[in-house]
Design a protein around this ligand. Structure first.
Ligand SMILES: Cc1cc2nc3c(=O)[nH]c(=O)nc-3n(C[C@H](O)[C@H](O)[C@H](O)COP(=O)(O)O)c2cc1C
Length: 328
């Protein structure tokens, strides 16, 4: 099937939810959770303003689902029911602006080869219960974070996974998807973000990526990234769409909705991608850090590219703000 002739501001369906356009806010860790990993007012305000800026779907920053996980600093946690209330504030604020929101479920790090099969079963079940809690907190769905050298991306990488049991290769992914489906309602969206390459010798290749995606064809969408994410030196019209060829290959090969992330900066380029490929969604991180209302600006006819210069200073500012917009 060919799904070309699409444009950014089409309405689009993700599972049973209608999005007002094809633009996602790619998961972006804010570093603003309190010391227990709980949602704070600045987090709620950041997502409220993104939703008010017109984006079609928000994916939260990575949220750890285990109490004993490693930390990257100020990330949200969601490992038991006591976290639900804080996340309810967040989902309500975003929904009031007409925008659906997915929780990015993640583990930061942990052992792989030394876990027993039973221990991996328990970990899989923990992802299922995290999805269940996310639904209780009002999320429209979740994203499984299997990219950027966080735990699941290592788990499916031949560099790290030498298992010979049923969790060899990328087989943990369909198990997590099944656990999430079994604990959530039929409307609940489950997406995945995955590396199209580890960009390391001996790591996941594009062929391994396509094989991993084939295992989870029942997922509602796959967002295509790679370990070399947040590339610097992106210029509109010159070198946009860092992982376009892998995302196009996925959208051509499998019957799954594909979201392209990484280095998208202009509505002209985005519309070319949507018009010429089977890719269904596009996803932005740093351009929305820089201009949370970029979607509305483009919708209102100001098609100037994102003002983001891809300097990556936002990784180091309080609340991961754009260095040119710093409030404090
Ligand atoms: C400050 C910052 C935090 C990020 N946090 C996450 C995260 O929590 N989860 C994730 O999957 N990607 C994360 N990313 C990567 C982005 O989602 C995206 O894949 C990458 O920046 C490339 O897209 P861009 O060129 O539109 O910025 C982060 C990026 C930035 C700049």
């Amino acid at each position: 099937m060919h799904y070309a002739n699409k444009t950014l501001f089409d309405r689009a369906i993700l599972r049973h939810t209608t999005l007002r356009n094809r633009l996602w806010r790619s998961a972006t860790w804010l570093g603003l959770a309190d010391t227990d990993g709980r949602v704070t007012t600045p987090i709620v305000e950041t997502y409220r303003s993104l939703a008010a800026g017109g984006v079609g779907l928000i994916v939260t920053g990575l949220t750890s689902i285990a109490s004993d996980d490693a930390s990257i600093g100020g990330e949200c946690k969601f490992y038991d029911e006591s976290f639900i209330e804080g996340h309810c504030r967040l989902t309500e604020a975003v929904h009031r602006q007409g925008c659906p929101i997915l929780l990015q479920t993640a583990l930061v790090d942990g052992p792989i080869d030394t876990l027993t099969t039973l221990q991996v079963d328990q970990l899989v079940e923990a992802f299922g219960h995290a999805a269940q809690r996310a639904e209780k907190a009002g999320y429209d769905g979740v994203q499984i974070h299997a990219a950027h050298f966080f735990y699941l991306s290592k788990f499916i990488s031949p560099l790290f996974n030498h298992r010979a049991d049923r969790y060899a290769g990328a087989h943990i992914l369909p198990a997590i998807l099944a656990a999430m489906r079994s604990h959530t309602s039929d409307d609940f969206i489950v997406t995945m973000k995955i590396n199209c390459s580890d960009e390391f010798p001996g790591g996941l290749t594009q062929q391994g990526f396509l094989e991993a995606c084939r295992l989870v064809e029942g997922v509602d969408a796959i967002e295509v990234s790679a370990n070399g994410t947040s590339r610097q030196g992106i210029r509109a019209g010159a070198n946009e769409g860092s992982f376009l060829s892998a995302a196009t290959a996925l959208a051509t090969t499998l019957d799954v909705s594909v979201a392209l992330v990484g280095g998208l900066r202009s509505v002209d380029f985005i519309n070319q991608v949507l018009d010429n490929t089977n890719i269904s969604f596009v996803s932005l991180s740093r351009p929305l850090v820089c201009e949370p209302d970029l979607p509305n600006r483009w919708l209102q006819g100001n098609a100037a590219p994102s003002r983001c210069i891809s300097c990556n200073s936002c990784y180091r500012t309080p609340g991961h703000q754009c260095v040119f917009n710093l409030k404090k």
